[in-house]
Design a protein around this ligand. Structure first.
Ligand SMILES: *Cc1c(COP(=O)(O)O)cnc(C)c1O
Length: 372
């Protein structure tokens, strides 16, 4: 069964095999493994030694985003969030639930955020201290321009928190060139193709120190995780780590490097998305986004306007053909979502297009254009 969902992704057998060993996390044979993983992801993000710290956290991406908000946005701060889709909504909810003030900047789910609109919002309201941006909005499939929006944020003298969960490893990120980014958040199980269980926050240590005490949570206090590393070493995990997940992630990082790093991973995912996009058109379906707006991570396809169509029926028919896609709608207008990330290739996408055509035929879905 191939997972065509935007995380957790299909993994390579080498990654799953690396889960098979048990570790004592504080043992000298585990500490270098962990320290090397931290160092490698820092290099991938363009982190600067002494300026940034790689701060892993047990759990999923939401935990990482909440930890970044708690640890970097003081209680008196305000977060401006372009509402790009459901992951921006999640960030807004996480911020509000920990008592932070949020200002929502309306955004579209068919076009990237216009940096000029962020500039206008910051010019009209002096209060936001931070901008929270979802780099690759996993609901729409749009990649937002972190560099251009970052420039606006920098010029306005504000700080930025980037949800790079479905971007990191495949889309470029250079923290050295973007000093306005206080934190970038990602997980082991999306474009880096590890298994789930670990979030990473790469944060500026000066900003962490400036916001010290604002987390109001020991578990999610990034400053405390940083202090722990300084005290006990970069191979030391605060609280029990998912040690097997880390070992599998090390293998995933080796494979990422062997493939050619971020540019190669981007190219494969782009090819996956292009094959899918063209294939869906060839079988009479309509992609949700224009080709220009379509990112390489997920492709949404308008639900066909046929009485025989049912998303759950389609998902089940695809499962019988060896593919799993998301079984819920993520966009303003109903569309089904196919992930292009993970250990999958353009050939897998070609097979998927064939499976989708055969599933629609079996269901009797003839009118494949979206509702007007
Ligand atoms: C997957 C994802 C997350 C985090 O999801 P978890 O289920 O908490 O790991 C956050 N943001 C984006 C953009 C994502 O794609």
């Amino acid at each position: 069964m191939l997972l065509l969902i935007p995380g957790p992704v299909s993994t390579r057998p080498e990654v799953r095999a690396a889960l098979a060993q048990d570790f004592a996390p504080w043992d000298t044979s585990f500490r270098p493994l962990y320290a090397a993983v931290r160092e490698r992801v820092g290099v991938l993000a363009g982190a600067v030694a002494g300026t940034h710290a790689v701060l892993p956290l047990q759990g999923c991406g939401h935990f990482g985003i909440e930890a970044a908000i708690r640890s970097l946005v003081p209680a008196s701060g305000k977060l401006l969030i372009p509402m790009t889709g459901s992951y921006a909504q999640r960030m807004a909810r996480l911020a509000r639930e920990c008592g932070r003030t949020v200002s929502e900047l309306p955004a579209s789910d068919v076009r990237p955020v216009d940096p000029a609109e962020v500039a206008r919002a910051l010019a009209n309201d002096a209060k936001p201290t931070h901008v929270g941006l979802v780099y690759s909005e996993t609901s729409s499939g749009i990649v937002h321009d972190v560099a251009a929006i970052g420039e606006i944020v920098r010029a306005a003298g504000k700080r930025m928190i980037v949800d790079a969960v479905s971007a990191f490893g495949a889309l470029p990120l250079d923290l050295a060139a973007q000093p306005e980014i206080d934190a970038a958040v990602f997980t082991a199980n999306k474009c880096l193709e590890g298994v789930a269980g670990l979030a990473f926050i790469i944060a500026r240590t000066d900003s962490l120190r400036a916001a010290r005490g604002s987390a109001q949570s020991w578990s999610l206090d990034l400053d405390d995780i940083h202090e722990h590393a300084i005290r006990d070493g970069w191979g030391s995990f605060r609280f029990t780590p998912p040690a097997q997940v880390l070992a599998a992630f090390r293998t995933a990082l080796h494979l990422h490097r062997a493939e050619g790093g971020q540019p190669a991973r981007y190219a494969r995912y782009r090819d996956n998305a292009d094959v899918l996009y063209n294939g869906m058109q060839q079988i009479g379906l309509t992609p949700y986004l224009t080709r220009a707006a379509q990112g390489p991570i997920v492709v949404n396809i308008h639900a066909p306007d046929d009485e025989k169509w049912s998303l759950q029926g389609f998902v089940e028919a695809l499962k019988r053909r060896g593919f799993v896609i998301s079984n819920f709608y993520n966009t303003d207008r109903p569309s089904f979502r196919v992930g292009c990330i993970g250990a999958i290739t353009p050939d897998d996408m070609r097979r998927f297009v064939g499976a989708a055509a055969s599933a629609l035929d079996e269901m009797g879905v003839r009118r494949r254009a979206p509702a007007a």
